[in-house]
Design a protein around this ligand. Structure first.
Ligand SMILES: [Zn+2]
Length: 423
C-alpha cells in the first residue's frame, strides 16, 4: 500500500523517494512508489499528472490511479524503453533516487473544485434542503446530484451567495483523523465509507461551516477557491444535477458568457439587460412575418396552379407538369406541389434552389390518378445524376447537383411514366 503524502500536505508539489517498481494499470505502463504526493482518481476527483525523474531519466505521468491493494500507479504517457527499462529488468532501479513533481495548475484546479464542492454541498443542504447523493469533478465541468427533483432559482441563488460568503470569509480548511469517540460527536454531512484507512476516518472541516469524511485534496483556506458559480441544473434519475465551476474556471466561464451577451446585445443595438426583450420582440416579429409569408405563398401557389390547370390539355392524362421556382425554399415547393396535384391527372415536379449548398431541390408529387412511383423515380434519378433523395410513391423529395435542370428531370419523369403505363 502506497503512503499518501498528499494527505499530510495538499499544497506540496515535489517529493523524493526510492524504491520505484515498474508495473501496469489497465494495460498502461505505470510506476509504483512506496510513497507519493500524486493523488489517484477517486472520490469524484481526477488523478494528478506531472513528472517522475528516476535517476537521470524524466518520465511524464499522465494520470494517477489506485488499485484494489492500495498501490498508487503513476501512469506513464508511453511504455518505458531504453536504459531505464533495462535497469528495471535487472532489478537495479529500486535503488535509484526518484523525484516527483506535480502539474501545479492541474492540482490547484482540482483542490479548488473539490473544496468548492464541499462548501456548495453544505450550502445546498442549508439553503435548499437538498442533500448531496454524489459528486463528480470533471476536467471541464463539476456536478453535484442532490436528492430533490427540483430547486427554485431563488434557493439556488441563496446557496450560491452562502458559499461565496464562506469563500470571502477565507476560513481555514483542515483535515484530521478523529478517534471513534470524537467521530461520534461530530456532525458529519455524510457518513464515512471509502475514506476509512489504517489511520481511521479522514475528516475535512471547513471551519464553522462543514464537516465531512473525505480522502481528497483540498485548499487550506476557502479564499483559495476564488469564487463558486452554479451554471446549470438538469433532472437526472429523479434527482437534480447541479453544475458548478470553482476557482479560475468560474472566472473564465463568466468571461465567456459575458462576452457572448455583449456581442448579442451589440448585434441587437441595445444594452445587455435589454437583450432578452429585444430577442423576444424579434421572435414575435419573425413569427408574424412567417405567418404572412405562408398566406402569400398559399395565394401564389393557388394562382400558379390555376394557370397550369387552364393550360392543360383536355385529355385524361396523366400530365407531367414542371415548374422552376429558383427563389422558393422546400416549404414553398411542398405547398405548390400540393396545389398542382389537386388535379388528379397531374404529376408535378417543382424545383427550387438551396442558397446554402447551391443544390437544386426537387419535390415530385402525383395526383390521385397518377401512376408514377415518385419515391422510386427520385431515388433512381438521384443515383444517376449524383444527387440523393426518395420518398413514398405519392410524394418524394430530392437534392441534385447545382444547375440540374427541372426540365430534364420532367422529361425523365415522362419517360418513367410511359414505361410504367400499360402499352
Ligand atoms: Zn473532499
Amino acid at each position: 500500500m502506497t503512503e499518501k503524502l498528499y494527505w499530510a500536505d495538499a499544497t506540496a508539489l515535489a517529493f523524493e523517494t526510492t524504491g520505484a517498481v515498474l508495473s501496469t494499470h489497465d494495460d498502461r505502463t505505470s510506476i509504483v512508489l512506496p510513497r507519493t504526493l500524486f493523488y489517484p482518481e477517486g472520490g469524484g476527483q481526477l488523478g494528478d499528472a506531472g513528472t517522475l525523474a528516476i535517476g537521470e531519466v524524466e518520465l511524464s505521468v499522465v494520470d494517477t490511479q489506485i488499485d484494489g491493494d492500495g498501490a498508487i500507479h503513476h501512469v506513464l504517457g508511453a511504455p518505458l524503453q531504453g536504459e531505464l527499462a533495462a535497469r528495471f529488468r535487472e532489478g537495479a532501479a529500486a535503488a535509484l533516487p526518484v523525484r516527483g513533481s506535480l502539474d501545479r495548475a492541474r492540482r490547484r484546479d482540482h483542490m479548488a473544485q473539490h473544496t468548492a464542492q464541499h462548501a456548495l454541498s453544505r450550502a445546498l443542504a442549508d439553503r435548499a434542503k437538498a442533500d448531496t447523493v454524489s459528486a463528480r469533478l470533471g476536467a471541464s465541468l463539476c456536478t453535484i446530484d442532490v436528492n430533490r427533483p427540483g430547486i427554485a432559482n431563488q434557493d439556488l441563488h441563496q446557496a450560491e451567495d452562502l458559499v461565496n460568503a464562506i469563500v470571502m470569509d477565507d476560513v481555514a480548511v483542515t483535515t484530521s483523523f478523529p478517534s471513534a469517540e470524537e467521530l461520534a460527536t461530530l456532525s458529519l454531512r455524510k457518513q464515512p465509507n471509502a475514506e476509512k484507512s489504517a489511520k481511521g476516518v479522514r475528516v475535512v472541516t471547513i471551519e464553522g461551516f462543514d464537516v465531512t469524511p473525505c480522502g481528497g485534496t483540498h485548499c487550506t483556506r476557502t479564499g483559495q477557491i476564488g469564487q463558486v458559480r452554479i451554471v446549470g441544473t438538469e433532472k437526472y434519475k429523479g434527482m437534480l444535477r447541479v453544475s458548478f465551476h470553482g476557482g479560475a474556471r468560474a472566472l473564465s466561464d463568466a468571461r465567456f458568457r459575458h462576452q457572448a451577451l455583449l456581442e448579442i446585445s451589440t448585434e441587437l443595438t441595445c444594452g445587455p439587460h435589454d437583450a432578452l426583450g429585444a430577442v423576444l420582440k424579434l421572435r414575435a416579429e419573425a413569427k408574424g412575418a412567417r405567418e404572412k409569408l405562408d398566406g402569400a405563398r398559399a395565394e401564389l401557389a393557388e394562382l400558379l396552379a390555376q394557370r397550369v390547370r387552364e393550360a392543360l390539355p383536355q385529355a385524361p392524362g396523366p400530365h407531367v407538369v414542371h415548374l422552376a421556382r429558383p427563389h422558393d425554399d422546400l416549404a414553398a415547393l411542398r405547398v405548390l406541389a400540393g396545389k398542382l396535384t389537386e388535379d388528379a391527372r397531374v404529376v408535378a415536379l417543382v424545383g427550387g434552389h438551396d442558397p446554402g449548398s447551391g443544390e437544386t431541390v426537387l419535390v415530385v408529387q402525383r395526383g390521385a390518378g397518377g401512376k408514377l412511383d415518385c419515391g422510386a423515380f427520385v431515388s433512381a434519378e438521384g443515383k444517376a445524376r449524383g444527387g440523393r433523395g426518395g420518398g413514398r410513391p405519392e410524394r418524394a423529395e430530392g437534392r441534385f447537383p447545382r444547375g440540374t435542370s427541372i426540365e430534364v428531370l420532367a422529361t425523365a419523369a415522362s419517360v418513367a411514366l410511359a414505361n410504367s403505363l400499360p402499352s
